[in-house]
Design a protein around this ligand. Structure first.
Ligand code: SF4
Length: 365
């Protein structure tokens, strides 16, 4: 792995003299074909170079097992998600499990503007598809992403009607269903596994933390054993399982969070989203932070890059990474506002991985 040319410029400096700038580069299997302009004495030269490229076990040259590449490989093109707000609530809000919800929860902070629970599912899909086709010119196929609140928290009959409205849209290839680990059962999973015969269906659970003391403090209303059970049962039905983990929750040290890499690696997870804690206005966790700032390990962007890379090195290379950090509009955030777009965050982390010659699973055992 150390043969991977992490910094092209250094390589070219050695062999060509002063590099001007790469003109373009193309990957062909395991060779990188690069065209560069360079200067030797006073003359400018043009040269084609072939460089070996490290292909990681997940089949790409990216230094982590990117979920987006997995989807592209599986479908043959980029698959875009369309968020749906189906008007669900949450057992941690309506009193079944608790009131008030998780202390960090503010669904408004991530619900896209085109998402409106007052319109029908089909209309939301239609609007979301239109929106994404403008945003991503080559977007052709979509997954309906049931994102807001707990999207399995209803009777099976009602869930069928809701999901099937989304699947009725010609551009929808499948479902991504975000929910809580205590809002699923074998009857629902059986139905979803039957749907999965014809569509791509994945269930995404909020894990948030592997520690019961943290789950209690953030008022999750369930313990980690419930999370493990839901993930294992879902995988047992042959469904891909996603998970969501938050870094920086109160009372967790850096070592606690690093330890989660090996705990998570034991689970039959297909994909994982990683988020830094974002403190939203008018949430209980923002109040907790104001009262007990010493309990929160909030990392700035530079420190977070190294933190998340350390975590990836300890994580199983089999788990696909869907997200490395979160982004919310600045008006929602109380503290530690990075003010950097997701694509820039991702580029920064990948560049730092190259600088460190790091890759997912490098220290996984
Ligand atoms: S389970 Fe999800 S929707 Fe419910 S309160 Fe917690 S974060 Fe919010």
């Amino acid at each position: 792995m150390s043969k991977f040319p992490a910094l092209l410029n250094e390589k070219y400096d050695e062999s060509l003299g002063k590099l001007q700038y790469p003109v373009f580069d193309v990957f062909i299997n395991e060779l990188k074909f690069a065209c560069v302009l360079y200067q030797r004495t006073s003359e400018i030269h043009f040269k084609k170079l072939f460089l070996p490229v490290m292909i990681y076990p997940w089949g790409t040259e990216r230094r982590f097992n990117a979920y987006v590449n997995y989807l592209r490989k599986r479908f043959g093109y980029r698959m875009q998600k369309v968020a749906i707000d189906a008007g669900f609530t949450c057992p941690n809000r309506d009193g079944k499990v608790g009131y008030g919800g998780c202390t960090y929860c503010d669904n408004n902070a991530f619900n896209p503007s085109y998402c409106n629970a007052n319109t029908s599912i089909y209309e939301q899909v239609e609007e979301g598809v239109r929106f994404q086709k403008i945003r991503y010119k080559n977007a052709v196929s979509f997954l309906a992403y049931f994102q807001a609140y707990s999207n399995t928290y209803d009777s099976l009959d009602n869930l069928k009607k809701i999901y099937e409205q989304a699947l009725a849209h010609k551009d929808i290839q499948g479902l991504v269903i975000g929910t809580r680990p205590d809002a699923i059962d074998s009857e629902k999973l059986k139905y979803l596994s039957e749907l999965a015969q014809d569509y791509f269906v994945t269930v995404e659970y909020g894990i948030e933390s592997c520690y019961d003391k943290t789950l209690r403090r953030i008022n999750r209303g369930h313990d980690f054993a419930t999370t493990v059970k839901a993930i294992e049962e879902t995988a047992g039905f042959g469904l891909p399982v996603g998970g969501h983990l938050i870094f920086g929750l109160p009372g967790e040290s850096r070592d606690d969070m690093m330890e989660e890499a090996s705990i998570i690696s034991q689970l039959p997870l297909t994909n994982l989203k990683l988020h830094q804690l974002q403190l939203f206005y008018n949430t209980a966790i923002a109040e907790d932070y104001l009262q007990n700032p010493e309990d929160f390990l909030l990392l700035d962007y530079e420190a977070y890059k190294d933190f998340v890379i350390d975590f990836l090195e300890l994580l199983s290379p089999d788990i696909k990474i869907e997200r490395l950090a979160g982004e919310a509009p600045p008006r929602f955030i109380v503290a530690n506002q990075w003010d950097i777009r997701n694509d820039q965050i991702l580029n920064g982390i990948e560049q730092r991985m190259a600088d460190r010659d790091s890759w997912q699973g490098k220290r996984f055992s």
